[in-house]
Design a protein around this ligand. Structure first.
Ligand SMILES: NC(=O)C1=CN([C@@H]2O[C@H](COP(=O)(O)OP(=O)(O)OC[C@H]3O[C@@H](n4cnc5c(N)ncnc54)[C@H](OP(=O)(O)O)[C@@H]3O)[C@@H](O)[C@H]2O)C=CC1
Ligand SMILES: Nc1nc2c(c(=O)[nH]1)N=C([C@H](O)[C@@H](O)CO)CN2
Length: 244
């Protein structure tokens, strides 16, 4: 059973929950006593480690329609309620990541917009089924560049803007049983292959000029889960980048 701090024994579903921010969120919620479902694409040690902690780890690729449909079918066949749905899965593709620009935009749209859109619709009743005491939650992990754009990640930024727009529509559609919010990070965690020059430039983009780590995202998720009132809003985790 979940700890006192966990308001419901319905699971939290985190897409892309086996590395970096998603993994940190999944591990924190497991420690609080929430049941957790995570999705992953690539096998890695964290998958078994999460299974050992009781998580349901489901292999799923949201870059195509069948992958999204298969995953939705699995959840509907195996679960009757969800405490929260956290759309974290993402590919940070730059403008030249694929030769075919149509495929690049399709992939970004599929992972960042179509998959969250279809899951939000398909899981509406599951999120409402647990709302006896606490509203259910949908959290969209967007990005600072959803508002500002990105010259090097154009399709990525556009798709994150689409995801941010889903927050407005679904907040209005699902209230008051379900709250729907975005978390819009800028730099939280570098990638292992980020070079010193890139790191220095990235740090200089914000007033705080630091790499805070996954804890910022974990704290923001917990704030939203605990709130009775916030919906249709975006929490910016960007170190004051908008004022630089
Ligand atoms: N890290 C940061 O500083 C920032 C992060 N964000 C956002 O926060 C979220 C988490 O960031 P971060 O932890 O760095 O994310 P990652 O780049 O580490 O990706 C998270 C997960 O998404 C999964 N994923 C990728 N493509 C697909 C796909 N086609 N179908 C299903 N799953 C997929 C991956 O699964 P697998 O590993 O199994 O392939 C991966 O584990 C993302 O939405 C990101 O855009 C925004 C701004 C800054
Ligand atoms: N899916 C991902 N999206 C983003 C990542 C990432 O690693 N995976 N990283 C960033 C950067 O940190 C950027 O915010 C600062 O350079 C953006 N999105």
């Amino acid at each position: 059973m979940p700890s006192k701090s966990a308001k419901s024994n319905a699971p939290v579903l985190i897409t892309g929950g086996t590395q970096r921010l998603g993994l940190a969120i999944a591990e924190d919620l497991l420690l609080q006593g929430y049941p957790v479902i995570v999705t992953y694409r690539r096998d890695k040690p964290a998958v078994q480690a999460l299974r050992d902690k009781g998580a349901d780890c489901v292999k799923a690729d949201f870059s195509d329609e069948q992958g999204i449909s298969d995953f939705i079918g699995y959840v509907l066949a195996n679960y009757q309620a969800l405490r929260a749905l956290i759309h974290n899965a993402s590919q940070w593709l730059n403008n030249t990541a694929l030769d075919n620009q149509h495929q690049l935009m399709q992939t970004m749209w599929s992972v960042h917009v179509s998959a969250p859109y279809q899951m939000n619709l398909a899981f509406e009743e599951l999120l409402k089924n647990q709302a006896e005491q606490q509203a259910g939650d949908i959290i969209h992990m967007t990005d600072y560049v959803a508002d500002k754009g990105s010259s090097k990640h154009i399709a990525y930024a556009a798709s994150k803007a689409g995801l941010a727009n889903l927050t407005h529509s679904f907040a209005a559609k699902l209230a008051p049983a379900v709250k729907v919010n975005s978390i819009a990070p800028s730099l939280l965690m570098f990638n292992q292959d980020d070079q010193p020059e890139y790191r220095a430039k990235a740090l200089a983009k914000s007033l705080m000029a630091l790499e805070p780590g996954a804890g910022e995202a974990v704290a923001a998720v917990n704030y939203l889960l605990a709130s009775q009132y916030i919906t249709g809003r975006t929490i910016g985790l960007d170190g004051g980048r908008h004022l630089v």
